[in-house]
Design a protein around this ligand. Structure first.
Ligand code: GLN
Length: 252
């Protein structure tokens, strides 16, 4: 009986040690980083319920190169911006366009990919230019560059806007006819149309082509931006960056 008790207490101590190790370890990541959750090919749910994509791979490669650890939370674009601003997240990587306006509240890394927005309509739509949106209802994804562009166009052309939290919800609204069009980053909508065989098409020219950047709240985590820039430079030099883009069918 005494032996049994001793074995039991040793077992308990071991179990607690392992549990603490696992638990403490995961909360001991150097940084907490947030991202979008449905913005393929930059971040999206892959097989085995794991988030994959260009942003996920670039960050993993940079972290490995610079020797830091992080916890990733894929919560959506607007939610990620909120988490960085509230201090809940140290940084975000989410196909986020670097703009002067955002620089008032965020500090950005060097750019790592260039893209702009384009109009998206159902494959059978007759909408051929922006003015055709007059008196219609257009979809936009909250807090994005596409939303900003849609808002300025709406004052010019005259149409209503419905807001969605995610890219797939926005596409769905256009496919089902709730909205006649949306604007989306060109490489992202092209990937969606091709990969998911969506009955959508792009119309017109790409607007506002700009760089994507890794972002922290303005005035915080300066060392993380430095590490990201240094790592990005290294993975560009050693071919890893090109390899990541190629894996998702992209080129810089
Ligand atoms: N590049 C766009 C922006 O920064 C969209 C980003 C996104 O939806 N994840 O607003």
């Amino acid at each position: 009986m005494r032996n049994f008790k001793r074995v039991l207490s040793i077992a308990l101590v071991l179990i607690m040690a392992v549990a603490c190790f696992a638990g403490c370890n995961s909360s001991k990541a150097d940084y907490v980083i947030y991202s979008d959750n449905a913005f393929a090919p930059f971040e999206f749910l892959g097989d085995n319920d794991k988030y994959v994509g260009i942003d996920m791979d670039i960050l993993a490669a940079v972290a490995e190169d610079q020797g830091f650890t992080y916890e990733m939370h894929n919560v959506g674009f607007d939610a990620a911006m909120g988490a960085v601003q509230s201090g809940q997240a140290d940084a975000m990587i989410a196909g986020m366009t670097i703009t002067d306006e955002r620089k008032e509240t965020f500090d950005f890394s060097d750019g790592y990919f260039k893209d702009g927005q384009i109009m998206v309509v159902p494959a059978a739509s007759t909408i051929a230019e922006e003015f055709d949106l007059r008196h219609q209802k257009v979809a936009a994804k909250t807090s994005t560059m596409s939303a900003q562009y849609t808002e300025s166009l709406s004052t010019e052309v005259g149409f209503e806007i419905d807001y969605y939290e995610s890219s797939p919800e926005m596409y769905q609204a256009v496919i089902t006819g709730t909205n006649v069009a949306c604007f989306e980053d060109y490489s992202v909508i092209s990937y969606a149309i091709k990969t998911d065989n969506m009955s959508l098409k792009t119309v017109g020219e790409i607007v506002n082509p700009s760089e994507y950047g890794f972002a922290v709240k303005k005035g915080t985590n300066a060392e993380l931006i430095e590490k990201f820039n240094a790592g990005l430079k290294n993975i560009k030099a050693n071919g890893k960056y090109d390899e990541i883009l190629a894996k998702y069918g992209m080129t810089a």
